[in-house]
Design a protein around this ligand. Structure first.
Ligand code: SF4
Length: 320
């Protein structure tokens, strides 16, 4: 049996926003005790959600599902002002785990609104981050995902427009949408590709390099993870058969037939423990050597919020 070469992407897996969000929940559990209520999945990863659920986290879809007085965490994807206000009205003790890079996009949108501009958001309908960003301004925001949607867009102030983007899109797709916007509305203001976060960019660059050296690619991530889907799409676009998998259990032995090199990466919300399990499973199926592609080392780290460093809700603590 021919030896398989497994090539790991670098960087891959957890970004600073995901690490921070999970650490916030872990610290909240340690300080205030279970249950901790989290609105929406803290990050889009089944393994992470199940792990936290087992430790006493209750995930809910809406703030109205949270009991009075319960410690409440908002997920890394951000929330609309309306949801924030409902929690305030109910006087819920809230810890906001919104990624600071998502908050930056909210601030940009609010700045454009204050300038009186009509705003376009480049993003995918239904994604939690998109719903949060659209709910951060009072004016109407248009949502587009493709150049075709730009062509069909009906705006009231064609000479007074601005755009912002979802943080986890494909850099290539976003560039084509921005180009279409600039062509149709030459005076439009926007941050270029700067809203695409560093982690999304770095993981996409690493997948590009990986796709050049392997015959097949496995992207570890959940099906509702935007950045993981983009990594799989990118591999496919580069002509490499690419699969998005939750974990090692999803690997089909027949995928390895006729394949001698497999690239492995993980979306920004997928933990490295799953990479280890995937490598182990591949090694069970075929003798394999493992190497890591050269890539940049990330040193980004975001500050934790005061609610998990100075314990302002300590009176609500159930365990010491
Ligand atoms: Fe923040 Fe980027 Fe991670 Fe999203 S992918 S949580 S924007 S660092």
């Amino acid at each position: 049996m021919e030896t398989l070469t497994i090539v790991l992407a670098k960087p891959r897996g957890f970004c600073a926003g995901v690490e921070r969000a999970i650490e916030i929940v872990e610290k909240a559990l340690a300080i205030y005790g279970a249950p901790i209520y989290v609105r929406h999945e803290i990050v889009h990863n089944k393994w992470v959600v199940e792990d936290l659920r087992a430790k006493g986290v209750v995930f809910v879809d809406e703030v109205c599902d949270i009991p009075d007085g319960a410690i409440t965490v908002f997920s890394a994807h951000g929330i609309s002002e309306k949801i924030e206000n409902i929690a305030k009205l109910r006087d819920l003790p809230v810890i906001d785990a919104t990624c600071p890079l998502v908050t930056k996009v909210h601030t940009e949108a609010q700045r454009y609104e204050a300038e009186g501009r009509e705003i376009i958001l480049i993003g995918h309908a239904g994604h939690a981050e998109v719903e949060g960003t659209m709910g951060r301004v009072k004016c109407k925001m248009h949502l587009v995902a493709t150049p075709l949607e730009v062509a069909a867009l009906k705006v009231d102030q064609p000479d007074n427009l601005a755009y912002v983007t979802q943080t986890t899109l494909s850099m290539d797709d976003t560039r084509t949408v921005i180009d279409a916007l600039k062509k149709r509305f030459p005076s439009i203001k926007g941050p270029d590709l700067r809203d695409i976060c560093y982690a999304t960019q770095n993981r996409q660059n690493a997948v590009r390099a990986l796709a050049e050296s392997v015959e097949m690619m496995l992207v570890i991530g959940s099906s509702n993870s935007s950045n993981s889907n983009r990594l799989r799409d990118l591999g496919q676009e580069m002509g490499v058969k690419s699969y998005l998998i939750d974990d090692e259990k999803a690997i089909q032995p027949q995928w390895l037939e006729g394949v001698n090199s497999i690239g492995v990466t993980a979306g920004a919300s997928a933990p490295d423990v799953l990479v280890g399990k995937v490598v182990e499973r591949l090694q069970q199926l075929r003798p394999a050597q493992v190497k890591t592609l050269e890539g940049i080392t990330e040193n980004v780290r975001f500050k934790l919020p005061p609610e998990v460093t100075s314990k302002p809700f300590e009176a609500l603590r159930k365990v010491s």
